[in-house]
Design a protein around this ligand. Structure first.
Ligand code: ZN
Length: 592
C-alpha cells in the first residue's frame, strides 16, 4: 500500500471517532478524551486520546501510537490492513489493492467469496420462508410472536427439505472447494477416502443468520421443525469456518452495539429467540451467547462496549451453570454484574411475550447483584443449617469471591457471605487467605481429580479433528449440549477451547488458563498416547450425561422439599413432573 495513501487517510481520519468505536470515551479537556484501556485490565481510566495531536496513550500499560497503531493492535492486523480499515470507516475510496503475499491475496479472496455465499444463502432462505413450502416455518415463527417486520429485521429464513436446491443456487458463485469451506454443506467420505458429493447441511429448519460486528452474515443457527427421532439436534449451528468461530461471536452485537455503548450496560441472554424477542420489544441493548456459557474472547469483545452486564439465562440447571461460569469470567474482567432469574420458570422470550416489555424492564431493574445471586444459589444448593452444609455452601462461594479483582469488593462479598450462611466472618477470611496461599488461578481448578469419563472426553477433544474419537465426541457435544453443559466448569471450558482451536494447533497452546494447561499436561503425561476408541468415548459421554441428570434430580428434590415447606403446592407439583421426566430420561439412557 502506497504510503502517501496512508498519509491521506491519517489526515482525514478522526482518531477520537475511530477509537470511540471500540472504547467509551469521555471528554476530559478541550482536546483530551479518556476511557478504560482496551489493552489492559483496569477499573479507572488511564487511557487517553488527544484530538489535536491525533494520538492515544495509556498511562497504565504504556501502549501508545496513532490511529493505525490502535487499529493494528485492537483488530490484530497488519499496517496495510489497518490503513484500509480506517479508510473504509471514513469513506475514503481504496486504491487498487496490493497484497504482501500471494497467500494473503488468496485468503482475502476466499473470505470475500465466503461472505458472498452467506449473503446469497441468507437471501435464498428468506425467499424459501415466503414460499408455499415455508408455511410450517411461518406458523412456527408467528406462534412465537414474530411479525413480518421482526422476521425481516433479523433476516430469518427457512431451509426446505431439499438436499440440492441450495447447491444449485450457489454453484455459479464459487467452486466446490469453497462451497465445502462455507459450512453450509455436508458430504460423506467415499470408500477410497475422498470426499463425496456435497448436500445441504440444513434441511427443514428455521434459519437464524449470525452476523459479525459489521452486520455481515457469517454463520447460521438452525432450529428443527421436526419432532421425534428423525429430528436430529434441536439447534444445529454452522461449524467453525474461516469466517466463523463460535467463541468469538456475540449474536446481535451488530444491531445492539450502538445502544450498548450509549447505555454502558448490556443484557446477556442464552438463546437467539430470547435475544430477538427482547430486542423487538424495544430493549435494544441485548445480545446472546448462542450456546451455553460465555467465553473469554466474547468477554473481551464485549468489554469494548459495556461496563455493566445483566445475565439473564434460563432458570434450569444448565442455565444456572452457564450463568455461574459467565459471572466468573465477567467479574474477573471487572464488569459490574447482576443476575436476573425470571419468576415462573420463564425464559426471556416467553416472559416478554406473556407479561410484556414493561414487566421485563422492571424485572431488569430489580435484578440482584451477582453476589446476592450466588449467596442465594449456595443456600439453595446446600440448604441445611448443619456444619457440613455450611462448609459446602462456603466452598461453592469461595472461588467466586477469590476471582474478584478489587480487594475491598472481595472482603465485602466475604463478609456478606459469612453473614448469610451464619459463619464467623473471621473464618471466611482465614479460608480466603489459605486459598490464596495455595492459589489456583481458576474457578474450575477444583482439587478433586478428573473422573475417568472426563479424562476420556478431554483426550478425545485433544486428538486431531479427523480422528474417530474426536468426531464421535464432537457429534455428542452437539447432540447433548444441554446435559454436557452441566460438566464441571473447568473441563467444560477446556473442551470449548479445544474445539475452537485451529485444525493444526497444539491442544496445549489452545488452552488459555495456566491451571488448565497443567491439568492437560498431567493428563497427557499419565496416559499412553493412543486415542480412545469410539466405544470408550460413547461410554464416557453416557456417564457424563447420567451424572448431569442425577445432579439435576438432586437439585429438584431439594427444590420440591422447599416448595412443600412453603406450601407452594403448584410449584411442587410442577417440579415433581420435571423429576419424573428426568427419571424417564435416565431410564432411556440405560436402554440406549
Ligand atoms: Zn493500558
Amino acid at each position: 500500500m502506497a504510503s502517501d495513501f496512508a498519509q491521506t487517510v491519517k489526515e482525514q481520519a478522526d482518531i477520537v471517532k475511530i477509537i470511540g468505536d471500540y472504547v467509551r470515551l469521555k471528554k476530559a479537556g478541550a482536546q483530551n478524551f479518556t476511557g478504560l484501556c482496551p489493552f489492559h485490565k483496569e477499573k479507572t481510566p488511564s487511557f487517553s486520546v488527544h484530538a489535536g495531536r491525533q494520538f492515544f496513550n495509556c498511562f497504565g500499560c504504556h501502549e501508545h501510537g496513532d490511529v493505525f497503531t490502535f487499529v493494528q493492535k485492537i483488530e490484530n492486523v497488519g499496517f496495510s490492513e489497518a490503513v484500509r480499515s480506517v479508510a473504509q470507516k471514513c469513506g475514503i475510496p481504496l486504491p487498487k489493492r496490493e497484497f504482501s503475499s500471494p497467500e494473503e491475496a488468496a485468503e482475502h479472496r476466499q473470505r470475500g467469496k465466503l461472505l458472498e455465499l452467506h449473503e446469497a444463502a441468507t437471501a435464498w432462505f428468506e425467499e424459501q420462508l415466503r414460499s408455499p413450502e415455508g408455511a410450517t416455518a411461518r406458523e412456527y415463527l408467528t406462534g412465537r410472536g414474530l411479525t413480518a417486520d421482526g422476521i425481516a429485521k433479523f433476516r430469518i429464513g427457512f431451509a426446505p427439505d431439499n438436499f440440492h436446491a441450495l447447491r444449485q443456487r450457489l454453484e455459479s458463485l464459487a467452486d466446490v472447494a469453497t462451497l465445502r469451506l462455507s459450512g453450509l454443506f455436508s458430504w460423506k467420505e467415499q470408500e477410497d477416502g475422498s470426499p463425496g458429493p456435497i448436500y445441504s447441511r440444513f434441511r427443514k429448519r428455521v434459519m437464524f443468520p449470525i452476523a459479525n460486528e459489521s452486520g455481515r452474515v457469517i454463520a447460521f443457527t438452525a432450529r428443527t421443525l421436526e419432532t421425534g427421532e428423525k429430528a436430529g439436534p434441536k439447534y444445529l449451528n454452522s461449524p467453525e469456518t474461516p469466517l466463523y468461530s463460535k467463541s468469538h461471536v456475540l449474536f446481535n452485537l451488530d444491531k445492539a452495539r450502538q445502544a450498548i455503548r450509549q447505555d454502558g450496560g448490556v443484557i446477556l441472554v442464552e438463546g437467539q429467540m430470547d435475544c430477538i424477542s427482547v430486542f423487538l420489544a424495544g430493549i435494544p441493548n441485548v445480545i446472546a451467547t448462542s450456546g451455553t456459557a460465555f467465553t473469554e474472547p466474547q468477554v473481551r469483545l464485549l468489554r469494548r462496549y459495556a461496563t455493566r452486564v445483566i445475565v439473564n439465562f434460563d432458570p434450569d440447571t444448565a442455565g444456572a451453570n452457564a450463568a455461574e461460569k459467565s459471572i466468573a469470567l465477567l467479574t474477573e474482567e471487572g464488569f459490574d454484574v447482576r443476575v436476573l432469574t425470571l419468576p415462573g420458570g420463564l425464559d426471556p422470550d416467553r416472559f416478554v411475550r406473556e407479561r410484556g416489555a414493561r414487566a421485563y424492564a422492571e424485572a431488569l431493574r430489580a435484578s440482584p447483584s451477582f453476589q446476592d445471586y450466588l449467596v442465594e444459589r449456595a443456600r439453595h444448593l446446600f440448604p441445611g443449617r448443619d456444619p457440613k452444609s455450611k462448609t459446602d455452601a462456603l466452598n461453592f462461594l469461595l472461588p467466586h469471591i477469590r476471582r474478584i479483582p478489587s480487594r475491598i469488593a472481595r472482603d465485602a462479598f466475604a463478609n456478606d457471605a459469612a453473614q448469610a450462611l451464619g459463619i464467623d466472618s473471621a473464618l471466611v477470611r482465614a479460608e480466603l487467605k489459605d486459598a490464596a496461599a495455595r492459589r489456583r488461578d481458576s474457578l474450575g481448578a477444583q482439587s478433586h481429580p478428573l473422573t475417568h469419563a472426563e479424562r476420556i472426553l478431554l483426550q478425545a477433544f485433544s486428538a486431531p479433528r479427523s480422528a474417530e474419537c474426536y468426531l464421535v465426541a464432537e457429534g455428542a457435544w452437539h447432540q447433548h449440549e444441554t446435559e454436557l453443559g452441566a460438566l464441571r466448569p473447568d473441563v467444560h471450558l477446556i473442551v470449548e477451547q479445544l474445539r475452537a482451536r485451529a485444525d493444526d494447533a497444539d491442544p496445549m497452546t489452545s488452552v488459555s488458563d495456566p491451571a488448565h494447561r497443567q491439568m492437560l499436561a498431567e493428563l497427557f503425561l499419565s496416559i499412553h498416547d493412543t486415542e480412545p476408541d469410539a466405544e470408550a468415548v460413547d461410554a464416557a459421554i453416557l456417564a457424563i450425561r447420567r451424572q448431569a441428570i442425577e445432579h439435576q434430580q438432586r437439585e429438584l428434590r431439594v427444590s420440591i422439599e422447599k416448595a412443600e415447606r412453603a406450601s407452594n403446592l403448584d410449584e411442587a407439583l410442577r417440579l415433581t413432573r420435571s423429576l419424573q421426566d428426568l427419571t424417564h430420561r435416565l431410564r432411556e439412557l440405560d436402554w440406549s
